[in-house]
Design a protein. Sequence first.
Length: 728
Amino acid sequence: MTSDDLTVKTVSLDIEGMSCASCVSRVEKALKKVQGVQEASVNLANETARVQLSPNVTRAQVLALLLQAVEKAGYQAHEHATEPAIVHEPSFSAAGISLLLSAPLVLPMLLGLFGIDWGLPAWVQFALATPVQFVLGARFYRAAWHAVRAGTGNMDLLVALGTSAGWGLSTWLWLAHDHGEHLYYEASAVVISLVLLGKWLESRAKQQTGAAIRALQELRPEVARLWRAGVETDIALAQVRVGDVLVLRPGERVPVDGAVLEGESHVDEAMLSGEPLPVHKQKGDALTGGSINGAGRLLMTTTAVGTQTLLAQIIERVESAQAAKAPIQRVVDKVSALFVPAVLLVALITCVGWWWSGAGLEAAFIHAVAVLVIACPCALGLATPAAIMVGTGVAARQGILIKDMEALELAQRVTAVALDKTGTLTQGKPQLLSFNALHEKRETLLVQVAALQQGSEHPLARAVLEAARREQLVLPVTQQVQAVPGKGLQGYVTDSGSLRLLAIGNRRWMQELGLALNPTASTQTESWVADLSPHWPGPVLLGSMTFGDALKPGSAHAVAQLQALGLHTVMISGDNQAAAQAVAEKLGIEEVIADVLPTDKAQHIERLRAQGYVVAMVGDGINDAPALAAADVSMAMSNGLGQSTDVALRTAGITLMRGDPTLIAAALDISRRTVRKIHQNLFWAFIYNIVGIPLAALGYLSPVVAGAAMALSSVSVMLNALLLRRGK
């Protein structure tokens, strides 16, 4: 048993042979019946299935059973490939041959429009229509047989029944009643030809919907250049191990995640983060697999390979999103489960009704055939997943990863956006503006404060350490340093041979310690230093610090974009009220909530929701986790590819891959346009059937026209979804 067997609880499968929403339902039911399966979701647009496994089973134990279940249901399945798939152009041969054979059958009908009465002999019509029906149309019979064996129905069953009825009626009239030229072979042949043509067009459209995934997969180079003992050796990407040293020549793709060991260059990360400008890299900086090295030669040490790389995680997130179902799809699934049986009943009623009214058996059969042919659940099955695939693909190209389909559907209903300040609206790289010591030399206190913050990742701690490095201060030894959540940190630092207990923190903590602070409101971020050593009668205030953090260039424009969308903007910050208010006034933010502990941000999100807002929370994905979880829609902003991006990928429903606040409005806009396309597709799919089936039953549509309309329905849904790619 491998480690993957113990950790991977999701299995992805490629499914072949599905034609409509009913097929999706049947495959899902088959997968869910396998022991050890918690949930299964099947996507018609990209023909994949994602299966969630129970904690007590392994991938290896279940995979074979899943494949067998799909095959028993009448489809082919194999494990989803993680490597880029070879894209084959869909074959036009079947549709082309079928159209050529059907053309002579349609010609007499066209000539009749000009008053020319001419027709092919019955045996010629039979010879042309039969190979179309049973050779080129054999796929419909195979799929229909599998559906019948499984006790369900699908589009193929409707096509097989309808065209077989038309072909059988024509043959019976020719052989039993010698009707000669006035037969209906053209109806069955043309319907099959049009459906095959529609499937070919649909396949071409499907290829375009998956372009984003293929573009990401193609970022992986096939080989890496290993550096060992001064010698370069080309090895397959699969052979790279963590800790290996690799060579990056100018213009080459970074094969895996790592860090710069030697050299300096600019790296293009546009395909991963959407960032248009190359990023400067030097020793110690992170490198992400799939990005492109600029003009400099680099040596890098490998930190992650295979499925652990950021590129692999991004691909997995996009694939997961495209395979997932939006909540609205559940309604479609329920309708699709009843659709085919209902159509068969309508066709039977149509046939009996027309025959009972005295129209004759021929006319009754033809009207029933039209009902069977026009009723296509394919468009219903494609409406939602096609729009989701294109929408999430467009988002990924812009550096927006949508992980949660519920978040995608909810985002278009957002009425308020709550924004974290540091790292979201500001650069997240504050600088130490002033350091004031009250009772000792400034350098003495600064070196002790910097020493305590050596292990901290807080932006203010990094600012203090940077100031100490600039002044080339030697940091003393510390002991028992610990963070006090939402307040600061404390610990022992060496002072003239003895230990001194210092606390570094915000105004709230200092006041809790009983220290009197200057009441003057500062528009800068402030922090204080106190001595808590037991030889003092109580805490002693030693000094204060102020920090400044520059706004991101796009912050003001981002807030203006959100307000132009009619959204209420709120800033939630742990900073003091004056500093937070100053930032909000510069940006035009309407509501400011300051002096908030990270653990209390979620309560303010709940308060906004209680006021009737649908809230989107935007944070850095690390210390804003409770607030992100409390919001209706969570957006985690990653400030540069690396560890923070990895955390953000796991935190929120929507991940902004670069620290550009204008992506917030872009994500909401993509959500709105994607959901609008879903609604458009579902509207036309339902309207098409609501209007088309009664018209066919009442005799206003011939089987040929019904076949053309059916083929057009699924193609139009795909093309409408692809229009999302044209938006900006």
